[in-house]
Design a protein around this ligand. Structure first.
Ligand SMILES: C[S@@+](CC[C@H](N)C(=O)[O-])C[C@H]1O[C@@H](n2cnc3c(N)ncnc32)[C@H](O)[C@@H]1O
Length: 223
């Protein structure tokens, strides 16, 4: 490991807003985000695959009455967002370090009020379909953790991943309601839900001339 990474990982260990393996809170946070971390009853918003956490920190700054949790497997990326939250003295931010397939080990059923999936790796090869973060096996985890009627919001530059996700919804592999989407967010009325916060990958791809695709929906639950 590079010296730089070692330094960041050592700092993450000392930061309360990084919830990661080796810390006591990591194994007891499930179902206890309000009582054991945020110490309020405000809504919980999760950003999946948060990378450097621009969206998590940006939204937390804008909505001080909600709690934001950025989830990513990469500790050196989380380190960036965690440091910015500390600098801005944002108490309504946490970062959880885990693989997405373990999400239900860190959240009770219906514990989250809203979810964002921002610019996940597109995994365009057919053989990687199961690794796409919008694959039904992941969607089932999101559905489990999200409250009924909680909004799921997904942004990407990638047409293949976006169309794939629309297709699995149309095929009823993932059952949703109130789906709305655009393939050009900046020229859509849905741009109001962008809040002017641009992540690293969003900047990169829009500079390359890609339009930003966005969808939102609520999961359908069996009665
Ligand atoms: C392309 S980056 C996007 C980062 C950020 N959302 C943005 O818009 O700049 C995708 C992120 O998803 C994370 N990621 C990919 N697969 C994951 C998985 N299975 N579990 C947890 N994080 C994952 C990566 O570590 C990476 O930080």
């Amino acid at each position: 490991m590079s010296r730089n990474k070692t330094r960041k990982f050592a700092q993450n260990k000392l930061r309360d807003n990084v919830i990661e393996p080796g810390k006591a809170i990591y194994t007891r946070i499930k179902g206890n985000w309000h009582t054991d971390y945020f110490r309020n009853k405000n809504e919980l918003v999760i950003e999946l695959g948060c990378g450097k956490g621009e969206y998590t920190v940006g939204l937390a700054d804008r909505f001080p009455d909600k709690n934001f949790i950025g989830v990513d497997v990469k500790g050196d990326r989380i380190w960036v967002g965690s440091g910015q939250a500390i600098e801005r003295e944002l108490k309504n931010v946490a970062f959880l370090r885990t693989q997405m397939q373990f999400l239900p080990e860190f959240f009770d059923d219906n514990e989250a009020d809203e979810m964002w999936l921002t610019f996940p790796d597109p995994r365009p090869k057919d053989r990687d379909e199961k690794r796409r973060l919008t694959h039904p096996r992941y969607m089932n985890h999101y559905r489990q953790v999200l409250k009924p009627d909680g909004w799921f919001r997904f942004k990407t530059d990638n047409t293949i991943l976006f169309d794939y996700t629309i297709e699995i919804i149309r095929n009823n592999e993932v059952k949703v309601k109130n789906l709305e989407y655009t393939k050009d967010l900046y020229r859509s009325h849905l741009v109001e839900e962008h809040y002017g916060i641009t992540t690293k990958y969003e900047k990169l791809f829009s500079q390359q001339g890609e339009t930003i695709k966005y969808m939102k929906f609520q999961f359908e639950y069996e009665h």
